[in-house]
Design a protein around this ligand. Structure first.
Ligand SMILES: Nc1ncnc2c1ncn2[C@@H]1O[C@H](COP(=O)(O)OP(=O)(O)OP(=O)(O)O)[C@@H](O)[C@H]1O
Ligand SMILES: [Mg+2]
Length: 279
């Protein structure tokens, strides 16, 4: 990615549910905050998993609905205990899907609202694993899209098909000033390194050629380890929870750092993390 100075908006997206989007969004946010970045998490899933992932230091009176429908930046932003801010999801009935659908500029409203928000280095939006107008709005708000890909080869094919379909469908939005960002796929919940290499090769073949370079499979592979679940239970970013390796594979901290550096190369030379997990 090219170097940039403003806010980077990253949306975690997948047409499939349960693949690790929320875990990835929360841990990336927690890590970047510890690296000194000013981070805002936005929970755009009607199932508010990200909203309660970390304990709150301060709870705002409003959340996603006010942010989306009124562009309210004042009372929609809460503060977590781990150093990032958070817009909670407050739409259990899924009314926002309809609102986006029936509002003429609904799909680009979030993008335009976030453009007014310049006090963050990184904004990370978590989405629901399905296709819908609210997901479209979150995708169109992003500079960069990130998709966890489960390692079964069928998922890899499904990823290429589903994701390319979404990118193609939204491509005309560029004429409304909302071009679709580059998409990064990360092989996620991998058990064996050798398998990861094979799947990565298959994925690059399936998706890269067809997408004319719009989809990139990242080199970093996220392992399937209990640390992610334990860290979530303890409401802690995984890089703090597993700062040293326990088994044959690298620590979750090293994995998340590698991922962050691939996504945001301009932070790679920042001073060491201030999270106490020094090597
Ligand atoms: N790297 C990992 N290793 C092992 N388990 C993981 C890993 N990442 C996430 N998990 C577990 O997988 C489950 C699903 O993860 P998560 O909730 O992040 O997925 P999701 O894509 O947000 O799901 P949904 O589509 O329902 O929003 C959770 O129980 C989580 O703890
Ligand atoms: Mg989720």
């Amino acid at each position: 990615m090219e170097e940039r100075t403003g806010t980077l908006i990253l949306t975690v997206t997948s047409t499939k549910g349960g693949v690790g989007k929320t875990t990835l969004a929360a841990n990336l946010g927690g890590l970047l905050a510890d690296l000194g970045q000013r981070v805002l998490l936005i929970d755009a899933d009607i199932q508010p998993t990200l909203s309660s992932y970390y304990a709150l230091e301060r709870q705002a009176s409003r959340g996603l609905t006010a942010l989306m429908t009124e562009g309210d930046l004042e009372s929609s932003i809460s503060r977590t205990m781990v150093g990032c801010d958070l817009v909670v999801s407050d739409d259990p009935e899924g009314r926002l899907q309809n609102w986006v659908l029936h509002t003429p500029d609904g799909r680009v409203r979030l993008k335009h609202t976030l453009a007014r928000l310049n006090r963050y280095d990184v904004i990370i939006i978590d989405t629901q694993g399905a296709v819908g107008p609210l997901q479209d709005a979150a995708v169109l708000a992003a500079d960069v899209l990130l998709s966890p890909i489960p390692p079964e080869i069928l998922s890899a094919r499904e990823f290429a098909r589903g994701t390319l379909g979404m990118l193609e469908r939204l491509r005309p939005m560029q004429f409304l000033g909302a071009p679709v960002g580059a998409l990064y796929g990360v092989i996620y919940r991998m058990d064996r390194a050798a398998e990861a290499i094979r799947i990565a090769a298959e994925l690059r073949k399936e998706s890269f050629a067809q997408s004319r370079g719009l989809i990139r499979i990242l080199d970093t592979v996220v392992q399937n380890t209990v640390a992610y679940r334990e860290a979530a239970t303890n409401r802690t970013p995984v890089h703090r929870w597993e700062s040293r390796r326990r088994g044959p594979s690298q620590s979750a901290r090293d994995t998340m750092l590698a991922l962050a550096r691939e996504l945001l190369p301009h932070i790679s030379n920042e001073p060491a993390a201030r999270d106490g997990g020094a090597e």
